[in-house]
Design a protein around this ligand. Structure first.
Ligand SMILES: C[S@@+](CC[C@H](N)C(=O)[O-])C[C@H]1O[C@@H](n2cnc3c(N)ncnc32)[C@H](O)[C@@H]1O
Length: 228
C-alpha cells in the first residue's frame, strides 16, 4: 500500500499535516535527548531519521553534532530538506531517497540509533513487519530506536479508525494507523523496552484544534543476536 502519491500531494498542494511545515524539532526528539542525559545513556554518533520529511529533526540533530542520515521517499520533501542542509552548510548529513517498506540501502549494524517521528503510521501490517526486520538489521547491538506514533486515545482519530486501527485522511487519501500498546510491544517484541508513555498536546489539524496523543517509545536492540 504505497502512500507516496498521497504524501507528494500533501507536500505540493494540501499541507494539512502539521509536520509538513513545522520548522522546530519534534518535542519527542528533544525529550528523548533529555531522557538519555538523565539516564546517563551515551548516544553514539550515527543516527538514522526514518521518514525525515522536510528535515526539521535531521537539521536539529546535525547542528548538535551527530552524523545524521535521513531516509525519505517524497521528492518535494527531499528538495526542501536538501536546501536546508545547504543553507546551514551541514557536512554531517546524508539524505537518501528510499521506501522504508522495502529493503533499506544500508549495511548491517550501520546506526547507533534511529528515530521514527510519526512515519511508521503510514505502514500496513505486512510493511511494518518487514520494516522491523530491516531496522533490527541496520541498528548496532545495544542501539536505540525512538518511535513516536498515534495512540488510540488521540482525539482526532479515536472515532475515525476502523476495527483494524486504520483511517483515511479524506483530504489526502492518506491511510494511516494507530497502535495499541499491545501492537507496539508485539511489533518490537525482539527489542528491550526502555520506556513507553503516551504524550498529549493540543495541535491544530485541518478544521480545528484537537488534543493529539501519541506513543513515545524507546526500544533497545539486544546485544545478543536473535534469529532474523
Ligand atoms: C508525518 S511526516 C513526519 C516527517 C518528519 N519525521 C517530521 O517529524 O517532521 C511522515 C514522513 O514520512 C514519509 N514516509 C511515509 N511513508 C514512507 C515510506 N514508506 N518510505 C519513506 N518515507 C515515508 C512521508 O513522506 C513524510 O515525509
Amino acid at each position: 500500500m504505497s502512500q507516496l502519491k498521497a504524501w507528494e500531494k500533501e507536500y505540493t498542494k494540501i499541507r494539512a499535516i502539521p509536520t509538513t511545515t513545522r520548522q522546530t524539532p519534534s518535542s519527542a526528539v528533544v525529550s528523548f535527548l533529555d531522557f538519555c542525559r538523565q539516564h546517563n545513556i551515551q548516544l553514539g554518533q550515527n543516527v538514522l531519521d526514518i521518514g525525515a520529511g522536510t528535515g526539521r529533526n535531521l537539521i536539529y540533530l546535525a547542528k548538535l553534532g551527530f552524523s545524521v542520515t535521513g531516509v525519505e521517499f517524497a521528492d518535494p520533501a527531499i528538495a526542501v530538506m536538501l536546501s536546508k542542509v545547504r543553507k546551514n552548510q551541514l557536512r554531517n548529513v546524508k539524505v537518501i531517497k528510499a521506501d522504508i517498506a522495502e529493503k533499506l540501502p544500508f549495511s548491517n549494524a550501520t546506526f547507533e540509533w534511529a528515530i521514527d517521528i510519526v512515519t511508521t503510521v503510514s505502514l500496513d501490517d505486512n510493511e511494518i513487519v518487514k520494516f522491523e526486520k530491516e531496522l533490527y538489521r541496520i541498528i548496532k547491538p545495544n542501539g536505540l530506536f525512538l518511535t513516536y506514533v498515534h495512540s488510540p486515545a488521540d482525539e482526532y482519530l479515536k472515532d475515525k479508525v476502523n476495527e483494524d486501527g486504520f483511517y483515511k485522511v479524506p483530504e489526502l487519501g492518506l491511510v494511516e494507523r494507530i497502535f495499541t500498546k499491545q501492537k507496539l510491544l508485539q511489533i518490537y517484541s525482539r527489542w528491550e523496552l526502555v520506556a513507553l508513555e503516551q504524550k498529549s498536546f493540543k495541535d491544530r489539524f485541518l478544521d480545528r484544534t484537537y488534543t493529539r496523543t501519541l506513543w513515545w517509545g524507546i526500544f533497545r536492540r539486544p546485544k545478543n543476536p536473535t534469529t532474523l
